[in-house]
Design a protein. Structure first.
Length: 319
């Protein structure tokens, strides 16, 4: 099983330490030369690097207890609310460009970086939130034929790191959400992968961190009641699968176990699935085999002891 999430976290931590050192030097030079603008800029960025390191340590330890219905405000937003939020971010970037131009401090680097951010928000983040694929009967029958779910399983959410089942890369992840379980599959090749099942009631800590270009993906840290910690990276490579929308469904599913929603239908009473005519045929795709990983017997990642933020004896699985 790879340690993609641990590698990403270490890369982030190295960048944060570099930023702390670099901007700290700038602040000191500004103080010595009497350049208050340099001192202010360096000081603000140094404080930001310190705050980022504190957040990183929280991610490594997953110490934040999960409170049903609380926290993760952005991910709890509806699809329309998320779209409005990212639109507001675009407007803010445009106003910032106009302000820098008016102040005469607009540089080519800032301009190209801002344009790149606008393009990414408009054509990646907005697109995948808008087109996040709903879990319909055709998709469910596809999951059945691939051996990922059983006919009696009720699926509330689906996320995958790829566009097509025929182009599954090494380390690609598939997450399937049921009313009481989170199924995590890490593919080692298109023909085989590792499968873990997490009871939602066993999740008592949860932390999320943006990852990749402009936060394209997510690193999720999940703490379980037995003290175990699982970390996995959602790369956000598929325009059909939004990490933001899947996390919203995950939070709602965990909350529903603790907060009774008036008039909420009983999942066990769901109508049986009827195979639609447009259900995809996956017979041309080799049916993968999955090795079931027992979370209670899985050993801790050997690299975990090199991460000071992890407590002694704590079992950590990096996926």
């Amino acid at each position: 099983m790879d340690d993609d999430s641990l590698q990403q976290l270490r890369k982030k931590k190295r960048l944060m330490w570099f930023g702390l050192f670099f901007f700290g030097i700038i602040a000191i030079l500004g103080l010595g030369s009497g350049d208050w603008l340099m001192l202010l800029g360096g000081g603000v960025m140094t404080i930001g690097a310190i705050a980022a390191l504190v957040i990183m340590n929280r991610q490594l330890k997953a110490v934040a207890p999960y409170r049903p219905g609380k926290g993760f405000w952005y991910y709890r937003l509806t699809r329309r609310q998320k779209m409005n939020y990212v639109t507001a971010s675009e407007i803010f970037i445009i106003l910032l460009i106009a302000f820098f131009f008016w102040a005469g401090v607009l540089t080519w680097y800032v301009l190209f970086a801002s344009i790149g951010s606008l393009w990414y928000i408009q054509f990646v983040i907005k697109r995948r939130i808008k087109h996040h694929t709903p879990v319909d009967d055709a998709t469910l029958f596809e999951l059945e034929e691939l051996g990922i779910i059983q006919p009696e399983d009720i699926v509330k959410g689906l996320y995958k790191d790829f566009e097509s089942w025929s182009t599954v890369g090494e380390g690609a992840k598939i997450l399937v959400l049921t009313p009481d379980r989170l199924i995590v599959i890490v593919m080692s090749s298109p023909e085989q992968g590792d499968r873990m099942e997490i009871r939602l009631r066993d999740i008592n800590r949860l932390y999320l961190m943006g990852n990749g270009r402009q936060g394209q993906g997510l690193i999720a840290t999940v703490g379980l009641t037995d003290g175990s910690i699982l970390r996995f990276t959602l790369h956000g490579n598929s325009h059909q699968d939004s990490p933001e929308q899947f996390v919203q469904q995950l939070l709602e599913s965990i909350d529903n176990l603790y907060i009774k929603q008036p008039g909420m239908p009983d999942p066990a009473a769901a109508a049986p699935r009827i195979r639609p005519l447009e259900a995809p045929a996956v017979g041309s795709i080799p049916r993968p085999t999955f090795r079931l990983i027992d979370l209670h017997e899985a050993t801790a990642n050997p690299d975990a002891e090199q991460t000071p933020a992890i407590e002694a004896g704590q079992r950590v699985l990096d996926l």
